[in-house]
Design a protein around this ligand. Structure first.
Ligand SMILES: [Zn+2]
Length: 622
């Protein structure tokens, strides 16, 4: 399923010019507003979007075209009642899920009744051959060819339009080579009617019949010999139309041909031309189709929960991550779902205390901390902004609180109402759980960066307690970044050791230069900074001329003094990372190597000297 949260999109009208409308909803229920915030409905009789009114509990057309001035009496942001929305949603569900679909319950959900996954056939391991059918309408055709789509779905090094990879390569990477999903692309075939006619009539069966009539043998797509087509994708000409039966979705359809029947299918727009091709939505929807992944974002009104939130937001293909970079750099499938799909070859046990190293892009490894219940656990993952995470909102270590009995509809975070995969946001802000108008689906404060000391425990914010509040015992500390590797410690915090260094330099500070004078203290010990203190003594008649910086071996930089103090004499000061301020940037930095103090006199005339400075670093004892 693909939901839209207030995006401004273009809509064709039968009897009018294209209009720009803001969209809220998904393929089951959606509301449209013009840029001034007036609700619009499509008036089939007029063939135009019109201002909406609501004499009863349902929106109706006023007959006044939405591009014109608002008729008297209409109000902004007009919304149907919850009951009316729910009734309409159920009507559409019945359309999408005919009775014989009961076996699969609802095709898409945020709750996975099957050990965290959706019910139905899982095709997440092995070679799977999908059938992709391109169709044009009588009035709308795409200049995108089958070869263009074939490349996007199957090519080895696909980077067209800035896509990170083809869909096949995407699944090969996130599945650690366990899912080899290729597609046969046929068409484009031309449907019998204009595009608008398919807003109310599902085009899937007609498209399939055209393909079969052209000689496509559906048995080729039944990798298990069960008489079922594994994956069916229908891509229609033009951009995705977020309206009625053309709203991109995946669902179930039972069409028989050549002794096999169809099962789950994806329907989405192909785009106007090849420059619109991106893999994001295709991979997301096939995550449902093949792997039975549930949605990892919040539908806003389901499972008796009316409050909206972002679920896992941009941090997974099955959240909003499929939309990153316009769908060209979809987020990887998160460790939680990769583990459920059986794609993880190595599960590192975090219940054993010690230091672990997580490598970016190693999708065959998962770091798991078990709790007192089998369904609830924590996962830790390197999500540095590289590779498939190149468009990520943040860079660092991700910690997920998982429960296969949870649902990403439930942002409350209580014992009985909580996400199935919640990202513990390092900044403690819970923006993902907030209403999207207040929070966000991802920002720079979400992942754990380099930090000495305890970053996550039962007492910290965020905390590692279980959903019912009991202590899980997970203590995570000393996060260190080393290239694409993130080292972190789990278990009891290791005892500290303190290393010191001092330089009694008596170095003259050159007058009015940016380079200034530098002094080095080498540290041989290894570890990361838990706490750091700097003492310095500079003799100078006008400390307002001075800029004093500390540079770590990792090139991290802290400005200790930046031209404050005016004509005051001498800078004799002590700095401590335990106090908020200059040295915060040093926490978590590797300590081994040369620490450099740089003092520059940025004005002419008054001169001084660096007398001495010292360094005291607390780190975990190795
Ligand atoms: Zn979905």
């Amino acid at each position: 399923m693909s939901a839209i949260f207030g995006e401004l999109l273009t809509f064709p009208q039968e009897n009018g010019p294209d209009v720009r409308l803001r969209v809220f909803g998904d393929e089951r229920y959606a509301r449209y507003e013009n840029v001034d915030g007036y609700t619009a409905v499509y008036d089939e009789a007029l063939g135009r979007f019109c201002y909406a009114a609501m004499p009863g509990n349902r929106l109706i057309s006023t007959g006044e075209p939405i591009e014109g001035p608002p008729p008297p009496g209409v109000v902004r942001h007009l919304q149907e009642s919850l009951a009316a929305r729910r009734a309409k949603t159920e009507e559409r569900e019945m359309l999408h899920h005919p009775p014989e679909a009961e076996a699969f319950e609802r095709v898409v959900r945020t709750f996975g009744p099957n050990q965290g996954l959706l019910a139905g056939r899982q095709l997440s391991i092995g070679r799977v051959q999908g059938l992709t059918i391109l169709v044009n309408f009588q009035d709308v055709a795409s200049s995108t060819t089958a070869a263009d789509v074939d490349a996007m779905l199957n090519a080895d090094d696909y980077t067209r339009n800035g896509n990170v990879a083809s869909a096949r390569q995407y699944f090969l990477r996130v599945s650690n080579g366990m899912l080899d999903y290729t597609n046969t692309v046929v068409g484009p075939f031309t449907l019998s009617r204009n595009r608008r006619d398919y807003v109310n009539t599902l085009l899937v069966e007609e498209a399939l019949r055209l393909a079969v009539a052209s000689g496509v043998d559906l048995r080729r797509f039944d990798s298990r010999g069960e008489g079922i087509v594994d994956a069916l994708n229908i891509l229609y000409a033009g951009q995705s139309l977020y309206q009625g039966n053309l709203w991109p979705h995946n669902s179930f359809i039972n069409v028989r041909a050549g002794g096999v029947r169809t099962n789950l299918y994806l329907l989405t727009g192909l785009g106007r031309d090849p420059s619109d091709l991106s893999i994001g939505t295709f991979c997301h929807e096939n995550g449902h189709l093949l792997c039975r992944f549930p949605d990892m974002y919040d539908y806003g009104s389901r499972d008796d929960d009316e409050q909206d939130s972002s679920g896992i937001g941009y941090y997974c293909l099955m959240g909003a991550g499929n939309h990153l970079d316009g769908g060209r750099s979809p987020a990887p499938v998160c460790a939680y779902l990769r583990d459920l799909a059986g794609w993880v070859g190595t599960v590192v046990d975090l219940n054993a205390p010690g230091v672990h190293a997580a490598e970016a892009g190693r999708y065959d490894v998962a770091f798991k901390f078990r709790t007192s219940r089998p369904n609830e656990y924590f996962l830790v993952e390197n999500r540095m902004r590289v590779g498939l995470d190149r468009a990520g909102s943040s860079s660092g270590l991700a910690v997920y609180h998982c429960d296969i009995l949870g649902s990403n509809e439930l942002q409350q975070g209580t014992a009985d109402r909580h996400y199935q995969c919640a990202l513990l946001q390092a900044d403690g802000r819970r923006d993902l759980e907030a209403d999207p108008s207040l929070g966000n689906p991802g920002d720079g404060g979400d992942l754990f960066g380099p930090m000495g000391g305890v970053v996550l425990s039962s007492m910290s914010t965020p905390h590692s307690r279980e959903w019912d509040g009991r202590e899980s015992g997970l203590i995570l500390s000393d996060v260190e970044i080393d290239g694409d590797l993130i080292r972190f410690r789990v278990g009891e915090r290791a005892a500290s050791q303190v290393v010191r260094g001092e330089q009694a330099t008596e170095a003259r500070i050159p007058d009015n230069t940016t380079a200034g004078v530098s002094s080095v203290i080498p540290i041989a010990a290894s570890g990361v900074v838990r706490r750091i203190k700097v003492d310095l003594e500079i003799r100078h008649p006008f400390i307002g001329d001075l800029v004093v910086e500390l540079l770590a071996p990792s090139a991290a930089r802290a400005v200790l003094h930046s031209r404050q103090g005016g004509s005051k004499d001498d800078l004799i000061a002590a700095f401590d990372s335990d106090r908020p301020g200059e040295l915060a940037a040093m926490l978590g930095q590797p300590i081994r190597g040369n620490w450099t103090l740089r003092v520059a006199d940025r004005a002419r005339r008054d001169v001084g000297r660096l007398v001495r400075w010292s360094l005291e670093i607390e780190t975990a004892s190795s």
